[in-house]
Design a protein around this ligand. Structure first.
Ligand SMILES: C[S@@+](CC[C@H](N)C(=O)[O-])C[C@H]1O[C@@H](n2cnc3c(N)ncnc32)[C@H](O)[C@@H]1O
Length: 259
């Protein structure tokens, strides 16, 4: 591999190559109205209605979260560094008549003006941040005083008892149980990335919350109750994968930039 090829390049390429099938997977795209309502319930609980407030969806991927926020009345900008993801997000928003701006950028260094957003939302980015301390300082700067960041993430590294059982079944039957949606050919890359990111042992909610506090955020609330979302997702998942998801350390964290 070229020595100028950094961990950030590798993460960007990894997601670029997953873009084509990203929306086929439960947990990425939304597959029922009940799941959509469960997600909107989570955002309403922590952010309230959009009322035209400016929201930045960091690592917007194919635009799933951007579209949810748009549906709640936020004025949404999505930012991602993988062009194939952005292309899908733009096409999806256009086909649904949603006015959302999607732009190329690094979530750790957004280049957005200080105090230019009311809300930052990000799903499944933090676990793969190379420098979360710098990222959280950046997010703090981009938010206006009183603005909120909402992180939805999890520890996808530590093995739950269910995961261990799945692995045992796979070993015994020499068959995949479809418990992961990482394509076989990409598992090596995924593991290599994981070894190099900050949360290589898994992004635990308490640790993320502590770093948010160090970056200047206050009123930090960890919400571990994502069961309504997981229940709806489970209806479209194989049993073992649904069980794995329900027992993983997944959470939302909301934090406020002090006035
Ligand atoms: C698991 S996907 C999540 C996409 C979207 N947030 C969602 O939940 O549907 C991770 C996304 O993060 C993006 N990403 C990872 N690190 C990034 C960074 N530093 N800056 C911008 N995008 C990043 C990837 O390109 C990819 O689209």
């Amino acid at each position: 591999m070229n020595s100028n090829f950094s961990i950030r390049d590798e993460i960007r390429e990894y997601w670029s190559s997953r873009a084509a099938t990203f929306d086929e997977q439960v947990g990425h795209e939304i597959f029922s109205e009940a799941e959509r309502q469960a997600w909107q319930g989570l955002f309403m609980r922590h952010l309230g209605p959009g009322d035209g407030r400016k929201a930045l969806d960091l690592a917007s991927g194919t635009g799933v979260i951007s579209l949810l926020l748009h549906g709640l009345g936020f004025d949404v900008t999505g930012l991602d560094w993988a062009e194939p993801m952005l292309a899908r997000a733009r096409a999806k928003a256009a086909s649904r008549g949603a006015q959302i701006q999607f732009m190329m950028g690094d979530a750790e260094q957004t280049l957005e003006k200080p105090e230019s957003y009311d809300v930052i939302v990000t799903r499944h980015l933090v676990w793969t941040l190379v420098d979360p301390k710098a990222a959280f300082r950046e997010w703090h700067s981009v938010l206006r005083p009183g603005g909120k960041v909402l992180i939805v993430d999890g520890d996808f590294v530590s093995h739950t008892i269910v995961k261990r059982i799945i692995q045992l079944i796979e070993k015994m039957t020499r068959r995949s149980t479809a418990a992961t949606h990482i394509p076989d050919v990409m598992r090596g890359v995924h593991e290599r990335i994981l070894r190099q990111v900050y949360f290589s042992q898994g992004a635990k909610a308490d640790e993320v919350a502590k770093l948010l506090g160090e970056a200047g955020f206050s009123n930090i609330v960890i919400d571990r109750n994502l069961s309504r979302i997981h229940r709806e997702q489970a209806k479209n998942l194989p049993l073992l994968k649904a069980l794995d998801r329900q027992t993983q350390h997944r959470y939302a964290i909301v934090a406020t930039k002090p006035v």
